[in-house]
Design a protein around this ligand. Structure first.
Ligand code: ADP
Length: 500
């Protein structure tokens, strides 16, 4: 877990990773007003690898003031020109992609080969996607009669306060920075206290191209730094990705002063496997959907596996064989498929869930279990992919978001009952359906209450696809043209009487 730094000596960092220069306020790299710092830990071996400023209210004030100063000029930059700057950022991110990937692996514990490289590339793609959309910030004309001209404009909202988590920090950061800036807003982003380094590298790259103050990044703890940002009277839009509990806090802050808010929150996503899908491709898909190679630290993890009773045992056998072939190890090692949990707090939480499963006589451990207590894996927060069976959808492990590699397999025989169980959750972010019968697959996709249903695949998000949750998984959509228009612009109607 990140800790408040007490040391002053430079920290040893693995080669090819980014060394933060401070946080970015008004185009300058600065420390916190208090001088305090947060030490960043490598979850692969618990060593301290960097320090970043521990920002609080005074620093947020400075960042908001810098954004406020930059806004009038930035909103008047011709959209096409803003788009060109985003495209240049995308190119520069490609050039530093390996440094970005190594930095992400170092601080998040996500394996370099299976995860971090993909995240670095996707972040560049997100800038490229939104860079190409600047001319799509169009309005409409409204047919109110021959003597009236009524049209709409898409105007920027102003200062966006963006708060992001640690699980895919650079991708999620890019997802807010690129559309917000494309639409003419300015931004103050709070990086997660556990994984700020990749976000600071992204800000460093952006800063080569952007006027000072258009993008500001502060580093600090949730309540101490995120709180003042969410509550700042000059912040006109809040965009948050993180837990449902903190999402509620952010929404209350937005309600206090009636500002729009986008929330991308937790999930407990169902995977519904029909009896005709007892095949290797579906097993590979389940491993992907469960995000085992991201230690399942993903809001879209398909963590409730509904298997038809006819294939229950055979499918789990295949799943065990394929999952046990994945190599758990140092996130920076090319050979590793699976890295580490982010920090001690999450690691302890995941272990507690596994422990509960092991202790219950009415739950069956299919494979996995508690992490090793000796050997190289005991030096970091390495969790082991674990599957429990024989309990119902009502079990705590099937209801709560674990954010770790713990999958609960649930037997079904009646399709309507399976869909009822899939929908019996306060979450509704993602879902997965597995069958050769495409009609049946699509009927299930339509019946499941989730913002995103995939049939016969378990991949991650792609730019262009509106992404967000039903129920307590969130509010609003990001990741697409519509997401940018709805989340980062406000519509103004102008009505002109042509008869005078
Ligand atoms: P996770 O469980 O993924 O860490 P959190 O919701 O706890 O999700 O954190 C997501 C982001 O929200 C982080 O940047 C964190 O610092 C921030 N955060 C946590 N608590 C608050 C709060 N009370 N106000 C504002 N931001 C917060």
């Amino acid at each position: 877990m990140s800790t408040t730094a007490t040391q002053t000596k430079p920290l040893a960092q693995p080669s090819g990773t980014y060394q933060p220069k401070g946080m970015l306020i008004g185009g300058k790299w600065v420390g916190s007003a208090s001088g305090q710092r947060i030490a960043i830990e490598n979850p692969g071996n618990r060593s301290l690898v960097a320090e970043v400023p521990r920002a609080a209210a005074a620093d947020v004030e400075a960042a908001v003031a810098a954004a406020d100063k930059a806004f009038p000029a930035w909103k008047n930059v011709v959209p096409r020109e803003r788009g060109k700057l985003l495209l240049k950022i995308a190119e520069a991110m490609e050039v530093r992609s390996e440094e970005m990937a190594r930095t992400i692996a170092l601080e998040t514990g996500n394996a370099l080969r299976t995860q971090a490289r993909g995240e670095a590339k996707l972040a560049a793609d997100i800038f490229r996607y939104f860079g190409g959309l600047a001319s799509e910030l169009k309005g409409e004309t409204v047919p109110l009669g021959e003597h009236v001209l009524s049209y709409t404009r898409r105007e920027p909202i102003g200062i966006v306060g963006a708060i992001i988590p640690w699980n895919a920090p650079v991708m999620l950061g890019a997802l807010k920075i690129a559309p917000a800036l494309c639409a003419g807003n300015v931004l103050v982003m709070k990086a997660a206290e556990d994984a700020p380094m990749g976000v600071l590298l992204m800000a460093d790259i952006c800063q080569e191209f952007l006027p000072p103050g258009v993008l500001n990044v502060v580093t600090g703890y949730g309540e101490e730094c995120g709180g003042p940002l969410a509550n700042h009277p000059k912040v006109r839009k809040l965009s948050f990705t993180g837990s449902t509990d903190v999402g509620k806090v952010i929404m209350r802050a937005a309600a206090e002063r009636i500002v729009p808010v986008s929330l991308e929150l937790g999930g407990k996503s169902p995977s519904l496997v029909y009896p005709d899908a007892d095949e290797d491709w579906a097993v590979d898909g389940i491993i992907n959907a469960m995000r085992f190679t991201r230690q399942s630290q993903s809001c879209t993890a398909g963590s409730r596996l509904f298997l038809h009773e006819d294939i229950f045992d055979s499918f789990l056998k295949k799943l065990e064989k394929k999952t046990s072939a994945l190599k758990i190890g140092d996130p920076l090692d090319e050979a590793s498929d699976i890295g580490t949990i982010i920090n001690n707090k999450q690691f302890t939480k995941v272990c507690k869930y596994v422990d509960e499963g092991l202790k219950r006589s009415d739950a069956k451990l299919v494979f996995g279990g508690l992490p090793p207590k000796t050997g190289p894996l005991s030096e970091g927060y390495f969790a082991v992919p674990t599957v429990f069976a024989d309990r119902s959808n009502d079990w705590r492990l099937a209801r709560e978001e674990i954010f770790g590699p713990v999958l609960v397999a649930i037997r079904w025989s009646d399709e309507a009952e399976a869909i009822r169980m899939a929908n019996d959750s306060h979450y509704g972010l993602a879902a997965y359906v597995w069958t050769h019968d495409i009609g049946r697959g699509l009927r299930a996709a339509h019946a499941i209450e989730s913002g995103w249903v995939q049939v016969n695949q378990g991949g991650g998000q792609s730019p262009g696809m509106s992404y967000g949750g039903f129920k307590q998984s969130g509010l609003g959509r990001e990741f697409s043209l519509e997401g940018m228009l709805d989340s980062f612009t406000q519509r103004k109607s102008v009505t002109v009487n042509l008869a005078v």
